[in-house]
Design a protein around this ligand. Sequence first.
Ligand SMILES: NC(=O)c1ccc[n+]([C@@H]2O[C@H](COP(=O)([O-])OP(=O)(O)OC[C@H]3O[C@@H](n4cnc5c(N)ncnc54)[C@H](O)[C@@H]3O)[C@@H](O)[C@H]2O)c1
Length: 432
Amino acid sequence: MTDTTSKKIDWTPNTALPVGKGATYQQSDATIGSDRLEIETTAWGEGDLRINGAEVAHVCDEASQLQAFQDLERAAETVENGAGKAKRDDADRVAESLRPRSGPSERRTLAMPTKPLIAVTDYVFPSLDPTMAALAHLDPEMHVAKSAAADDILAVARDADAILVTFAKLPAELIRQLNRCKAIGRFGIGVDNIDLHAAAEKGITVTYVPDYCVGEVSDHAMALLLALARKIPFSNKLVQSGCWELPPVAPIYRLDGRVLGLVGFGNIPRQLVPKAKAFGIRVVVHDPYVSQAELAAAGVEGVGFDRLLQIADFVSVHAPLTPTTRGLFNAETFRKMKPGALLVNTARGPLVDEVALVEALDTGQVGGAALDVVATEPLTGNSKLLGRDNVILTPHTAFYSEEALHDVQTKCASDVARVLSGEAPICPIKAL
Ligand SMILES: NC(=O)c1ccc[n+]([C@@H]2O[C@H](COP(=O)([O-])OP(=O)(O)OC[C@H]3O[C@@H](n4cnc5c(N)ncnc54)[C@H](O)[C@@H]3O)[C@@H](O)[C@H]2O)c1
């Protein structure tokens, strides 16, 4: 380095440039004396380190990029502080360690390329083969957490480049401890288990898979509605116990002409509409974020929440779990429902206050409930929802089909691979 005693510092770190496959990602430079130091890297943290335009080293990963930045900053600070010989020696040593000895053949690699590290917090699939296939081109190192407890997740995710999550919770305090994570991929639709604000603060892209099981969940909601309205599980139980009679199952009402109220009108309930209509059921919808014109185009009638509760014989819940929708179905809501109406929930358990639901079932205000999701999963053995003839429970399996499991893995892992390659994901999701 020529003039290490000069105090002129011109340091411009992390100037963001357009991100894209192979594109320049960030450029940092410093002037120390008359020497200009530059690092230019891609999204992977790979790039070149130059002194006065001459390439002196190749940076292969983020760790070595960080080290090189720190070395340069230390050199810059040392010079700026104008300290004595020891510090100048330090600056000289850093500069010397970066300087080429004799032309391009001496260009050095600061680190060997590292494989991306991907942490899987939890999954419900028989194998991760579709995930591995979608990520194969990145040749990643995969680590699966021992359990969904925060410590076990951090053990594999703290230094991971990306995280794949199913139901495990990723709250703000966990996300803040991630050192290099660029992407969190949710194997599913609901993202209420991920603190999206904390992820955004850390610059982490969150992706989800909004379209892998729309048919399955709408089928499941319809199946639950039919089973509840036609009292199929109860009738089956009677026959299995030797009772072949009509009176115990009475009353059952005709489906044709009944009213189904959909709370939330996203992808899933939209596919439920033609299925319900095929049984002659009239469909009304409450979704504060969908216009009347859109509802009309979908062939449904938009109504206020209270009106829906008042007229619906069946209420099917499809809103996401947010601070606003938590406990949306509570004692007051149940009081407003048509007496004896049936409730179907395939969205998220905490949308329903279960203590209030049990009370409403006991009084008959709610005629029956079919729940694929409950407030605490798995359902505890002492739940008052168990052992009732007018309650049907399925273990959060509405999304499941063999095809859906394959699709969700492939789509989720492919989107995470896009982020790691510096490409835009297809399905990013942000906090509202
Ligand atoms: N049980 C399962 O296996 C399973 C599988 C997939 C999805 N889900 C759940 O199903 C739900 C619906 O999924 P989707 O794909 O239709 O969602 P989506 O994101 O396509 O649509 C959600 C809709 O809810 C509406 N909404 C938001 N707040 C509302 C409120 N306060 N009242 C009424 N509507 C409101 C939004 O405007 C949006 O139209 C989600 O909660 C998801 O977590 C469950």
